[in-house]
Design a protein around this ligand. Sequence first.
Ligand code: HEC
Ligand code: HEC
Length: 376
Amino acid sequence: MSLLASIPTPILAQAEEPASANSAIGWVVFAVVLIGFGVAVVLNMRRGRKEVGAELELAANRRPYISDEELEGRKLDRTLGFGLVLLAIVGVALPLYWLGEPGRQEGAVETFNEQFIGRGQELYEVGAQCVNCHGPNGVGGAAQTSLLNDRGEFVDTINWQAPALNTVLYRYSAEEVYDILQYGRQQSPMAAWGSKGGGPLTDQQLWNIIDYLETIQLPADEVRAAVDKELADTCAPDDLGKCTLPEAKFATVGEAMFNMGLYTGFAGGAYSCGRCHTAGWSWGDPGQAGGGGLGPSLTNGATVRQFPTFQSQVDFITQGAVTGKAYGAYGQAGDGTMPGFGLNPNAEEEGSLMKPDQVMYTEAQIRAVVEYERGL
Ligand code: HEC
Ligand code: HEC
């Protein structure tokens, strides 16, 4: 059965940028000055023509000027005083301006950042309607879509889990998120949004969205608490990592993590592995666990062959696939789709709001899931 679904793409409500008010005012001032200059020239020429021949009497230097007494007294004082005031203004204002300059630059950067974040939020909520599938503030949700068979015939209407984005920068670098937005996810309701992938948004708009996403990433302790609660509700693990709930659908912490959100919709499956490695997982109809979907099959000892040692597999899950870098014994260079679960790729970035403790899984959880995978 083909998983290809018809994808409802929201219509973009893209507003034209209004011409900046500053440039409008600039043009008005320019027009006033130009007209004023023209008027002055015309008036001057007309006056000059009337007074032809009268230059001798009218010339400024032929009129008697004020007396020496006044010239060297009040007038001189006034001129010198005026000069002093100007000097004081320059002497005080320039250092003041200089002192304020770093603050002004910071303010400008901040204003730009706020503008970018605001535009990103607008796109997320209105312009591109990411909110419809990924939920308000990126809490996760679902996309209603049609399941088609190999011949493209309608099979069923399904709800395809859309992962929470309020931890997306825990697991993907900003560049990887950019690539996902640019090209979308093939054979899923996640469309290509960037112009390079045939979508409606410019690079600038994609980066604005990522700027916005950065501001909605959850604090690490909230994530830990939410995952712990989900584990307690669906598994209630004992000290050995076995599930103790009588009605638990999973046997171990590893299996529960691999499938986190499968029956509950928790965070749109963002913490799970099954959404990529088990066909049908995302719409609640999972096939063979780890049998392969967007990600490769992990069954029949596939991961033991790929990662001869337990630790090398732990390292891979911790970091995820790095775009263009080969992994394991025979892993081809990945495209960065496999997220990292134990390292925050954005924490070291300059100016990033992300912290190194903002990671998807604890080390113990990674080990539990690796143990589960190696038995698939
Ligand atoms: C029609 C519903 C829909 C819309 C609209 C939508 N997405 Fe998605 N998105 C999805 C689904 C479903 C997935 C998961 C696809 C899969 O199973 O691989 C996804 C995946 C993603 C991912 C990858 C997350 C991960 O952890 O794998 C990112 C990032 C993302 N979307 C961001 C966005 C942004 C930003 C927008 C708005 C520009 C958006 N999406 C609009 C449905 C949608
Ligand atoms: C968003 C989709 C996605 C999620 C979620 C995901 N993976 Fe993957 N995984 C992939 C893809 C795609 C690859 C192939 C490498 C690549 O191109 O990035 C992969 C590769 C792997 C491999 C190597 C398999 C091989 O034989 O080459 C292992 C092991 C693995 N993933 C385990 C996990 C575990 C464990 C989790 C959950 C903690 C997980 N994956 C979550 C997409 C995903």
